[in-house]
Design a protein around this ligand. Structure first.
Ligand SMILES: C[S@@+](CC[C@H](N)C(=O)[O-])C[C@H]1O[C@@H](n2cnc3c(N)ncnc32)[C@H](O)[C@@H]1O
Length: 251
C-alpha cells in the first residue's frame, strides 16, 4: 500500500489528529507515494470515457490535491484547466509539477464549498475527495459546482461499487469509518473522512435537486461484480437550465 517514500506511521497519526486542511498540508510532500492519490489506471479510464463527450473548453479539478484530475482535464480540455484545493501544501506540490504547455493550467486555493468562480467551466471533475464532506453538505457542494458550470456543462466523477457485505473490504471500510467517528467524538479539530457515506442513490438524488441530469457510464477496464453490476462507474451530471431547480426532483 505505502512505498518506502511514503509517510511513516507516526506522520500518518499526526496528520490524522489535525484538521483536513492541515493534515493534507503535512502529507503533501509524500502524498503521491500514498494509496490516497487516485491511481493512473482510474484517471486513464475516466479520460477515455470523457473524450467522446468533448472536447471541452475550460475544466476545473475540484479538490485537486497534487493534480491527479488536472491530468485528465489536460487530455479533454482545449483552452484552460484549473485545479482548486484548500490545502496550500498540496497546491505547492501541484505547482512544482512539469506539465505540457497547453492547455494553460492554474492552481487556486479555495474551499470547494465556496468556489470563487462564476459560470466559466464546461467540465468539472473530482477524484477521491467526497469522503471529506458530510452527507448534509452534498446539496450545497453540488449547488456550488452547478454555479461554476456554463449551461449544459458537465460534472463528472467516478464511483466505486461498495464491497459486498461480509467481505474483507466491507469490514475494513466499516472499521475505518467507526474509528473515525470515535476520533471525531473525542478530538478537535475533526478530520472528516468517511468511506461509506457517499452512496450512489443519495448522490443521484442530491444531483437532481441541485439541477443536474446524471448519467452513469460503466468503466469497462474495471470489470463487473458477480451480480453483473459494474465495479466502477463514471457519473456524468449535466447542468440543466434554471427551470429544473423549481421542479420537484424525480423519484
Ligand atoms: C484524497 S485527496 C485527493 C486529491 C486528488 N483529487 C487525487 O485524486 O489524488 C483529497 C483532497 O481534497 C482536498 N479537500 C478536502 N476538503 C476540501 C474542501 N472543502 N475544499 C477544498 N479542498 C478540499 C484536500 O486538501 C485533498 O487535497
Amino acid at each position: 500500500m505505502f512505498s518506502p517514500e511514503g509517510p511513516t506511521l507516526r506522520e500518518l497519526a499526526v496528520q490524522a489528529l489535525s484538521s483536513v486542511e492541515r493534515g493534507y498540508d503535512l502529507l503533501a510532500p509524500k502524498f503521491d507515494h500514498t494509496p490516497y492519490r487516485t491511481p493512473d489506471r482510474l484517471l486513464d479510464a475516466a479520460a477515455r470515457a470523457l473524450a467522446p463527450m468533448g472536447p471541452f473548453a475550460a475544466g476545473l479539478d475540484l479538490c485537486c490535491g497534487t493534480g491527479a484530475g488536472v491530468d485528465v482535464l489536460a487530455r479533454v480540455c482545449r483552452e484552460r484547466v484549473t485545479g482548486v484545493d484548500f490545502s496550500a501544501g498540496m497546491l505547492e506540490v501541484a505547482r512544482a509539477r512539469t506539465l505540457p504547455p497547453a492547455p494553460a493550467v492554474s492552481w487556486v486555493r479555495a474551499d470547494a464549498r465556496a468556489l470563487p468562480f462564476g459560470p466559466v467551466f464546461d467540465l468539472v471533475v473530482s477524484f477521491g475527495a467526497f469522503g471529506h464532506f458530510l452527507p448534509r453538505e452534498l446539496p450545497g457542494l453540488f449547488g456550488r459546482v452547478r454555479s461554476v458550470l456554463r449551461p449544459g456543462g458537465c460534472f463528472a466523477f467516478p464511483v466505486v461499487a461498495p464491497p459486498r457485505p461480509g467481505s474483507a473490504g466491507y469490514w475494513t471500510l466499516l472499521g475505518f469509518d467507526a474509528a473515525m467517528r470515535v476520533r471525531n467524538a473525542l478530538w478537535r479539530p475533526p478530520f472528516v473522512m468517511y468511506y461509506r457515506t457517499f452512496r450512489l442513490g443519495d448522490v443521484g438524488r442530491a444531483l437532481s435537486r441541485a439541477g443536474f441530469r446524471a448519467d452513469l457510464h460503466a468503466l469497462p477496464e474495471f470489470g463487473r461484480r458477480p451480480d453483473g453490476s459494474p465495479r466502477v462507474r463514471l457519473v456524468v451530471a449535466r447542468r440543466l437550465g434554471q427551470a429544473a431547480l423549481s421542479r420537484p426532483p424525480a423519484g
